[in-house]
Design a protein around this ligand. Structure first.
Ligand code: GLA
Length: 696
C-alpha cells in the first residue's frame, strides 16, 4: 500500500490489488486516469485532449475526479455554487498534492474567487477500499452559496455499458435488488425523505460480466443517512461516471468566510472476483474501520425483543414472564420495545414523553431491570427520539418544536410529527431525556427508531431553511455520539421502521441495525443476501418470530437457521411456546453461541441462492480458514429432487476439514470439498441444516 506522487503530477493510490490514478493536465485541470488492475506506474499520463469540434468540447470529454459547473462543460457536475456577485461559473486549477498518513490531498483553487477545494483519498493496508470525500473552503470575506456539493465522482474504465445494481425496496420489503443497464443518459437513485428510506440505496454496484464468484465489480457507498443522490451517467464518449453525495434536491448551504464544508465520505472499491469478494472486502472494512470502536470487534449478544409479543401492552409482570423464558433459552440481552413511556398505550400518543409510565410500572422500571439482570441478562430499551405525537405533553408544551409552517397543515404519519432537530433546545431535550434514563438505570442497549419521513419542513430558526436536511441528520449523529461518549458500555441500534436507516452513515455511529420489520424467514433468505452485498453481516439483526407470512409455516428450526446467519435475536411470544418449542430454541441459541464468531466475523461465501437455485447454501469461513460453518436451507424443492454435490468455496485447498453431515463423519481436504464436493439430497418443505467444519 502506498501513495505515489509522481513528477508529472500523476498521483497513484496503490491498494492491495489495485491502482487508482488521478492527475493534472497541461491546463491545470484535475483528471481521472485509471481505476482497476495495477500497471507500471511510469506509464500513467494525463493524455492531452482538445475541443474536437464546436459540439464536442475538451471539458466535456475530460474524465475528471471532480467536475465543477462552468465553461464548455455540459455534463453533470459535482459542485455548483453562487458567488456573491451572482457568478455561478467555477474554474478550478490545481495547486498541490500531499500525502500524509495514507491520505492523499489534492488541492484546487478557483482562478478568481476565494474558493478552495481539497479532494481527499484515504487508503489502508490489506484492502482495496478507498475512502473519498471533498472539503470546500471559502477563503474570502463574503458568503458563497453551495447549490450542489457531491462527495466524489467515480469514472468506470470500460467504454461498454455497465449494469448497475441498486434497490427498489419498501417498508417490509427492503433491499429488493434492481439491475439497470446504462447505455446512455442517466440513472438516478436518491432519497428526498430526510432519511435514507427503504426504497433506493446510497450506493452503486457496477459490472459487466460478473457473478458471485468472478468478474470485475466497481462499487461505492455513501456514509450518510439523509437525502442522498447517486447519479450514474454514460455520455457521448461512452464514459460511465457515478457522482455520489448529498442530494441537491432542496439543498443549499451558505458557506461563510473561512468556513470549510466537509462532505460525507464515500467508501468505494473494486473486486476482481465478483460480488462475493466485494461483500467480503466491505464486511472486513466495515468491522475494522467503520463501526464504532466499543463493539466493532465484539460478538453481539443474542437478544430478545418484546415488540411482536406485547406491542404497546408492556408491564413488569408480563415482561418478566417473557424474560424468564428468554433467559432459559440462553438469551443474553432483553429489550423492551415501544410502550414503556408517557401515555403510550397505542401509536396515537406519548412520543416525546420519555418518562416511565407509572401505571404500567408503578414501582418504576428498575423492578423489571433487576428481574432481567437477576436472570443473567442485560437490559435494553426502545426510543424514537426524533418524533412527537400531537397527543403528548411535549407537544402541548412546545408545539413549535415540530417542523411546521404556520400556513400549512402538518401531515401526521403514524399519528406523529417530526421534531425540528436543527434546534439546540430540541437536541438538548432529547439528549437529556436519554442520558437521564441511561444514567439512572442499568440499561446496556438502545434501539433508536425513526418511523416516518420528514414533511412540511419549516424551521424558523434557520437563516437558510434548505440546510435543515443535513442539519437534521448531523444532529442525530451528534446525539448518538454524545450518548456513546458518556455511556461507552451502551450499544445503540439504528432502526427506521425496519431497515430505513441502515446505510454507512448510520454504521459510523450505531453498532447495529434493525434489518426489517419483515421477520418472515422465507423473505429474509433473500433480504439477507441483498443486505450483505455491501453491509457487514454482524450489524444485521435477525429475529426468530412467530410471523409466518409465506404460504405455509416454516418450522422453528428453519426460522432459527435463517436468523442465525446474522446477529441472532428472538422476538416471538414465548409465553405461547410449547415445552418442545422452547427446547428447540434453547438448542439453537446454544449452537449459535458456538458459531457466531464465524457468522459475525467470517468471510461469507454465497454458494447457492435461495431464489435462483431453490437452495440457500451459505458458508462463513474464519480468516485463518481453520473453521467454517455452512447453512443449508430450502423452502421447497421442485425439480431438484436428486442428489447434488455440495461444492464448498473459500476453504484452504491443503487443509483437512472434519465435519458431520447426516450422521456421517467426513474428513476431506479443502480441494476435495471444492472440486468433488459432498453429496446431499434436498427434498421437500423446509429443509435446513447447519454444518460445523473444523480444520484438523
Ligand atoms: C417500528 C420498528 C419495530 C418496532 C415498532 C414500535 O416499526 O421497526 O421494530 O420497534 O416501531 O413501535
Amino acid at each position: 500500500m502506498a501513495i505515489h506522487i509522481l513528477g508529472n503530477n500523476i498521483f497513484v493510490l496503490e491498494t492491495k490489488n489495485t491502482h487508482y490514478v488521478l492527475g493534472v493536465d497541461k491546463y491545470g485541470y484535475n483528471r481521472h486516469i485509471h481505476w482497476g488492475k495495477k500497471c507500471n506506474i511510469n506509464d500513467y499520463e494525463a493524455k492531452d485532449i482538445w475541443d474536437e469540434n464546436s459540439n464536442h468540447t475538451r471539458l466535456d470529454m475530460a474524465k475528471q475526479e471532480f467536475t465543477v459547473f462552468g465553461g464548455t462543460m455540459y455534463r453533470e457536475s459535482d459542485l455548483k455554487v453562487q458567488f456573491p456577485d451572482n457568478c455561478r461559473e467555477i474554474d478550478l486549477l490545481f495547486v498541490d498534492a500531499k500525502a500524509e498518513n495514507n491520505i492523499l490531498t489534492v488541492t484546487l483553487k478557483d482562478k478568481f474567487y476565494p474558493l478552495e477545494i481539497a479532494l481527499k483519498y484515504r487508503i489502508r493496508d490489506n484492502d482495496d477500499i478507498i475512502s473519498r470525500w471533498t472539503e470546500i473552503k471559502n477563503t474570502g470575506n463574503e458568503n458563497i452559496t453551495l447549490d450542489r456539493a457531491f462527495s466524489a465522482e467515480l469514472t468506470l474504465p470500460s467504454v461498454k455499458p455497465y449494469t448497475i445494481k441498486n434497490t427498489n425496496g419498501s417498508w417490509g420489503g427492503e433491499y429488493v435488488e434492481t439491475e439497470s443497464t446504462l447505455e446512455g443518459g442517466a440513472l438516478v437513485f436518491d432519497s428526498k425523505r430526510g432519511t435514507t428510506g427503504h426504497n433506493q440505496s446510497p450506493y452503486f454496484i457496477a459490472y459487466q460480466n460478473a457473478d458471485e464468484k468472478q468478474g470485475d465489480v466497481y462499487f461505492g457507498t455513501l456514509a450518510y443517512s439523509g437525502n442522498f443522490k447517486v447519479l450514474c451517467t454514460r455520455d457521448l464518449f461512452y464514459t460511465t461516471r457515478v457522482s455520489i453525495g448529498l442530494n441537491d434536491f432542496d439543498f443549499k448551504h451558505i458557506l461563510k468566510s473561512n468556513e470549510t464544508f466537509v462532505t460525507p465520505m464515500v467508501f468505494c472499491g473494486y473486486s476482481q472476483a465478483g460480488f462475493g469478494e466485494m461483500s467480503r472486502q466491505m464486511n472486513r472494512f466495515a468491522i475494522n474501520h467503520v463501526l464504532p470502536k466499543q463493539f466493532n470487534d465484539k460478538v453481539l449478544p443474542v437478544l430478545y425483543n418484546s415488540w411482536e409479543a406485547t406491542e404497546f401492552d408492556v408491564n413488569c409482570k408480563h415482561q418478566t414472564a417473557l424474560a424468564k423464558l428468554a433467559a432459559k433459552m440462553g438469551v443474553e440481552l432483553f429489550v423492551m420495545d415501544d410502550g414503556w413511556f408517557g401515555e403510550r398505550n397505542h401509536d396515537r400518543a406519548g412520543l416525546g414523553d420519555w418518562f416511565v409510565n407509572k401505571k404500567k410500572f408503578p414501582k418504576g422500571i428498575d423492578e423489571l431491570i433487576k428481574n432481567v439482570n437477576k436472570l443473567g441478562m442485560d437490559f435494553g430499551l426502545w426510543f424514537e427520539p426524533e418524533m412527537v405525537n400531537p397527543d403528548s405533553d411535549l407537544y402541548r408544551k412546545h408545539p413549535d418544536w415540530a417542523y411546521h409552517y404556520n400556513t400549512r397543515e402538518a401531515h401526521t404519519l403514524r399519528h406523529q410529527l417530526v421534531l425540528n432537530m436543527t434546534r439546540k433546545d430540541v437536541q438538548e431535550y432529547i439528549f437529556n431525556c436519554m442520558d437521564e434514563m441511561l444514567t439512572n438505570h442499568n440499561i446496556k442497549y438502545i434501539k433508536w427508531d425513526m418511523n416516518r419521513p420528514l414533511s412540511e419542513t419549516g424551521a424558523e430558526n434557520l437563516d437558510c431553511p434548505q440546510e435543515l436536511w443535513l442539519r437534521h441528520t448531523q444532529a442525530v449523529y451528534n446525539i448518538v455520539d454524545r450518548l456513546k461518549e458518556k455511556h461507552p458500555d451502551v450499544a445503540i441500534e439504528s432502526c427506521s421502521s425496519g431497515g430505513g436507516r441502515s446505510d454507512y452513515g448510520a454504521l459510523l455511529h450505531f453498532d447495529q441495525v434493525w434489518t426489517s420489520d419483515n421477520t418472515d424467514s422465507v423473505d429474509r433468505m433473500t433480504m439477507q443476501k441483498w443486505f450483505t452485498y455491501l453491509r457487514p453481516t454482524k450489524v444485521m439483526r435477525a429475529w426468530v418470530t412467530d410471523i409466518n407470512w409465506y404460504n405455509s409455516p416454516m418450522s422453528l428450526d428453519f426460522r432459527f437457521n435463517v436468523a442465525m446467519q446474522g446477529s441472532l435475536g428472538v422476538g416471538g411470544n414465548l409465553t405461547k411456546y410449547s415445552r418442545e418449542d422452547l427446547e428447540v430454541g434453547k438448542k439453537n441459541v446454544a449452537l449459535y453461541k458456538e458459531i457466531r464468531h464465524l457468522v459475525q466475523f467470517g468471510d461469507l461465501y454465497r454458494i447457492l441462492d435461495a431464489q435462483k437455485d431453490e437452495i440457500l447454501f451459505n458458508l462463513y469461513v474464519s480468516e485463518d480458514k481453520k473453521e467454517a460453518v455452512a447453512f443449508l436451507a430450502s423452502v421447497h424443492t421442485s425439480f431438484m429432487k436428486k442428489e447434488i454435490p455440495l461444492l464448498f468455496e473459500g476453504l484452504d485447498d491443503n487443509k483437512v476439514y472434519t465435519f458431520n453431515l447426516n450422521n456421517r463423519d467426513y474428513e476431506k481436504t479443502g480441494a476435495y470439498l471444492k472440486n468433488v464436493g459432498i453429496p446431499v439430497t434436498i427434498r421437500g418443505m423446509g429443509y435446513n441444516k447447519i454444518i460445523k467444519i473444523k480444520a484438523k
